[in-house]
Design a protein around this ligand. Structure first.
Ligand code: HEM
Length: 491
C-alpha cells in the first residue's frame, strides 16, 4: 500500500468488493462494449479491474495500446502464468502461450525466417492451389462454404509448414488439433483466472474432481505433444528418404544442418514454432473470411465494384497473388473484414514484468494488460460510421488511401504481434479475389421466393464467428465455371 501511494494511484475503474474484487462486475457478452461503457463512465481510456488477485488493465485506445504494448514492449511482452495448461498439460510449447523467454524468442525467429513479409511470397503457389481447391469445393457444395474455408486454411498452412496434404475429411493431424482446442477449453475451466478475464468460459460446472483431472491431463499432454510431434516426424522421415516437398520445415531443418552460425535456434524451437501455426491460423482466417462473405451478402454493391476491378485486370483468368498491386480494392475488402468484426475482439493478455507508471497511474508488475481491439477498430475518428461494412473507407482515387490506418490492431501489439500476419494476408487476399472473380454471392431465398437476410450476429468466444447463415453462391457464368474446373490441371 505504501509503495502504491508513492507510485501514484491505479487507473480508474469500478470499485469492486473485498476479496472478490471486480469478479462480479466482469460483464457478460460482449465484454468489449462493457469496457467501452466503463471508459466513458470513468472518463479514461485506461481502466483497472481487480479480479481475485489479478490486476487487470484494460486499454481502450490505440494511443494507450501503442504507448504501453509497443513502445514499452521490453516489459509488456510476457503472457499470463497458466500453470494448469502450460505445466500440467504441457501446452507451454505453443508460441501464443509461451512466457517471454528464450524458447519464445527463438520461435519468433523461426516464423521470421519463413513467414516474414518478403519470404512468405515463396509460398504463393501453394497458397493459390489451396484457394483453387476451395473454389472447386464451393462449386460442388456451396452451402458448406464455412467447412470449405476451414479446410482451405488447414490445407494451406499444413502444406506450407510441413508439406503435408491434409485430407478433406477425418484427417488425423487436423483431428488432433481440434481435440487439443477442446482440451484447452476444458483445462481453462476450473477456477483458472482465464475464466475471470474471458467470461465466456464461465458457463460451466464449477467443480472438477481432482483424480479425473489428473487422468485427463495425461491424455491431454499426449494430444498436445502429438500436435507438434506427429507432423514433424512426417517431414523428418521424408527428408531422410530424400523426397521431402518444399516447405517451411524443410528449409528450416536445412538451415540448421548447414552450420550457418547466424542460425541460433534448435530443432525443438523449429518443432514448437511450426506446431503453433495451425492453431494460430485456423479460426482466425476462417472467421475473417466468414465476415467477408457476410459483408458481401449484406452489401451487394461491394461485389459489383470488386468484380468490375477484377474483370479489368484479369478479364479471362482467375486472379493470382502477382495481381495484388493492381487490385487495391481487394485489400480494402480484406481490411474491412478484419476491422468490422475482429475475430479476436480483446487481444490475448500481455503480462507486465516490472512496475510501471503511465500518465501518473501506477501499474504494478504482474498486471495483465488487455487491449480492447474492438474499441480501437471502431474508433469513430479513424473509421467514421464504424459499424458499417464499407471497404471504400480505405480507398481514395482508386488506390488505398495512405491516410486511413490499416486495421493492424486486429493482429495485436508489440513483440507479441501476430507472426502469421503476412501469411494471413496472402491467404485471405487470394481467397477474396478468386471467390469474387468466379462466383456471385447473394441472399438465399425461401420457398416463397422471399430473400433471407442474415442476422449479422456473431457467436462470441475467444474467437468470434459470424453465426451460420444461408446464402446463394453460384458461378458468375459458364465461362467462370470452366475457369474453376480448369484449376484441376495444376495438380
Ligand atoms: C486473420 C488472421 C489472423 C489474425 C486476426 C490473428 C490475430 C492474432 C492476435 C490478435 C494475436 C495476439 C497478439 C498479441 O498478443 O498482441 C496473434 C498471435 C499469434 N498468431 Fe495470429 N492471427 C491471424 C493469423 C495467424 C496465422 C496465419 C498464423 C500462423 C501461420 C498465426 C500465428 C500466431 C501465433 C503463433 C501467435 C502467438 C504470437 C506470440 O505470442 O508471440 N496467426 N494472432
Amino acid at each position: 500500500k505504501m509503495l502504491e501511494r508513492r507510485k501514484g494511484p491505479h487507473p480508474p475503474g469500478p470499485p469492486g468488493l473485498p476479496l472478490l474484487g471486480n469478479l462480479l462486475d466482469v460483464p457478460d457478452d460482449p465484454t468489449w462494449m462493457a469496457y467501452i461503457r466503463w471508459g466513458e463512465k470513468y472518463n479514461s481510456d485506461v481502466l483497472r479491474l481487480n479480479v481475485l488477485r489479478d490486476n487487470i488493465i484494460i486499454v481502450n485506445s490505440l494511443e494507450a495500446a501503442t504507448d504501453l504494448l509497443d513502445k514499452r514492449s521490453a516489459i509488456y511482452s510476457d503472457r499470463p502464468k497458466m500453470p494448469m495448461l502450460n505445466d500440467l498439460c504441457g501446452f507451454g510449447w505453443n508460441l501464443a502461450f509461451r512466457p517471454y523467454d528464450n524458447t519464445w524468442r527463438n520461435g519468433r525467429k523461426v516464423f521470421q525466417h519463413e513467414l516474414g513479409p518478403q519470404v512468405v511470397r515463396r509460398f504463393r503457389c501453394l497458397t493459390e492451389q489451396a484457394t483453387h481447391r476451395f473454389l472447386r469445393s464451393l462449386l460442388h457444395e456451396p452451402a458448406a462454404y464455412m467447412d470449405h474455408l476451414r479446410h482451405m486454411a488447414g490445407y494451406g498452412v499444413m502444406r506450407i509448414a510441413y508439406g503435408i496434404e491434409v485430407a478433406e475429411k477425418n484427417d488425423p493431424y487436423i483431428e488432433t488439433v481440434a481435440r487439443v482446442a477442446e482440451a484447452i477449453v476444458e483445462v481453462c475451466r476450473p477456477g483458472a483466472y482465464l475464466v475471470d478475464i474471458m467470461p465466456f468460459l464461465k458457463h460451466v460446472p464449477e467443480w472438477f474432481p481432482g483424480a479425473k483431472f489428473q487422468r485427463d491431463a495425461k491424455v491431454w499432454r499426449k494430444l498436445m505433444t502429438d500436435q507438434h510431434d506427429k507432423p514433424f516426424e512426417f517431414i523428418k522421415e521424408r527428408m531422410i528418404s530424400g523426397d521431402a516437398p518444399d516447405c517451411a520445415a524443410k528449409s528450416l531443418l536445412e538451415s540448421l544442418e548447414s552450420g550457418d552460425n547466424t542460425v541460433n535456434y534448435t530443432e525443438d524451437d523449429i518443432k514448437f514454432a511450426l506446431g503453433s501455426m495451425y492453431s494460430g491460423a485456423s479460426d482466425t482466417i476462417v472467421s475473417t473470411l466468414g465476415s467477408f462473405i457476410l459483408g458481401i451478402v449484406l452489401n451487394p454493391a461491394i461485389q459489383t465494384k470488386a468484380q468490375e476491378a477484377i474483370d479489368r485486370v484479369c478479364p479471362d483468368r482467375l486472379p493470382a497473388l502477382a495481381d495484388k498491386d493492381n487490385l487495391p480494392y481487394i485489400d480494402a475488402i480484406v481490411n474491412e473484414s478484419l476491422r468490422c468484426n475482429p475475430v479476436i475482439p480483446i487481444d490475448i493478455p500481455h503480462r507486465l514484468t516490472a512496475d510501471d507508471v503511465y500518465r501518473g497511474y501506477y501499474i504494478p508488475k504482474g498486471s495483465l494488460v488487455l487491449a480492447n481491439t474492438w474499441a480501437i477498430l471502431h474508433d469513430e475518428k479513424t473509421y467514421p460510421d464504424p459499424l458499417c461494412f464499407n471497404p471504400d473507407r480505405f480507398m481514395k482515387d482508386g488506390k488505398l488511401d495512405p491516410a486511413v490506418r490499416e486495421p493492424d490492431a486486429a493482429f495485436g501489439f508489440g513483440r507479441r504481434i501476430c507472426p502469421g500476419k503476412h501469411m494471413a494476408h496472402e491467404i485471405m487476399w487470394i481467397a477474396v479475389a478468386c471467390t469474387l472473380a468466379a462466383f456471385s454471392i447473394s441472399k438465399a431465398r425461401d420457398e416463397h421466393g422471399r430473400e433471407i437476410t442474415p442476422s449479422g450476429e456473431y457467436d462470441v468466444g475467444f474467437a468470434c464467428y459470424p453465426k451460420l447463415f444461408v446464402c446463394d453462391i453460384r458461378p458468375r457464368s459458364q465461362e467462370h465455371e470452366a475457369l474453376i474446373r480448369a484449376t484441376t490441371d495444376e495438380l
